[in-house]
Design a protein around this ligand. Sequence first.
Ligand code: NOJ
Length: 485
Amino acid sequence: MTDKMNVNTFKAEDPNLKPHVESEPLYDPLRPVEELLLPAHFAWGTVTTAYQIDGAASQDGKGRSIWDTFSHLAPSRTNGESGDVACDHYNRVIEDVDLMASYGVEGIAFYGKLVDELLARNIEPVVTLYHWDVPQRIYDRYGAFLNTSEFIADFEHFISVCFMRFGDDVKKWVTFNEPYIISVFGYHSGILAPGRTTSTGGDSRTEPWRVGHTIILAHAVAVRAYARDYQDRQKGIISIVLSGHFYEPWDASSVIDLAAAQRRLEFYIAWFGDPIFLGRDYPSAMRARLGERLPAFTPEQLDMLRDQVPKNAFYGMNHYSTKNARALPNSPAEDDCAGNVEELDTNSEGKAVGPVSGMSWLRVAPGGFRKLLNWVWNRHHLPIIITENGCPCPGESQLPVEKAVDDRFRITYFGLYLDAISRALYEDGVKVDGYYVWSLMDNFEWSAGFGPRYGIAHTDYKTLVRTPKRSAWYLKDTFREHRKK
Ligand code: NOJ
């Protein structure tokens, strides 16, 4: 098993999927998990991030990040809660690594300590260099991502320190987690830190694209620095994690909706995937629709992107659910960032994409997952590691621990999504190398606070006791005994 930390089947139409009725039981026996095979070397792991679990907000001289600021705004933007204590992982690192080991995780320090403890238990650390918590002073000084050259200079310095300090032990690096979410949720809707919108001093027309541009170039600079100064000796690999739903056309018979679904995927995923993994400009649909809102790469920058392509060793995929894409009939809003496409949970026949989880946006749709694996493989041609996947069970946040640990909905979700990986591997020829679960334990879900519980261990936020859920043992058994080909 692997730990990604912040130093950290189906056919085209799944016969198991049926239209969702809100009154369906949490666990639906009509959607059987097939326990399809996975390769013996297939790595599984659990994911956590610094702000979501560490706590210790001002301990040992820790500086503030944009999330320490954002989670204390009044009125609250995070359900009245913050990551000040979170799961207190900073003070419980040994206990948490033991918990992972108990799941059979084979597979990141405070960070040196954390890395050492993981390796001592035969758990491979996979480190994400940036998971959303830019230092507040950098944001105050020059606007962080909004100042491309300053940010890149600081980022290159930071990552070099990480490679130097941890690179003998860490062999898998991720530069940025979910650039789409950083750019759009932080600088368009303002739901996540730093919470910028046109009405709060930002510019939703242009800032998300400027932020994305900085991330792409900073990623390439990091890959270049690693290859130039460390890779030969440290022998690790490096890439980036992109998020993205799969998009089905809202009306499957409409060429306009088919094009909308494709465009939505490009605005979400290929925005970053094309420059980073193909070494070329943004997708033409984005250039055509966004015009001058979208920054231009200089010839030198394109050369650099092209040079780094072969060094991206894998495609990190965070994936949870599927949506329907419907082309909007009118001209786009002046700050449109989705290709003038509406996202819906149901299609033109009123059929939902799948049963709803504990989050309204997250429906169980393994069929869409398999299609996305194919879409990414066909476009970017890199082995895929699922760097996040999981869900909160419906109603879970209201349950006492004794009931919450009986998380059959999550078990079914994992089972179906693993079946989708198996089919993508063996029927479609997609290369998938690993599967990391979000998350090791319930934790601070950003603007939703401690409400949604994604963990395979329950966290009692009063006592900070962690209790493994059934899904943890399901995964342990699944990867230890079954599914080996
Ligand atoms: C996306 C993010 O990487 C992670 O921080 C978040 O908590 C999960 N997915 C669930 O929304």
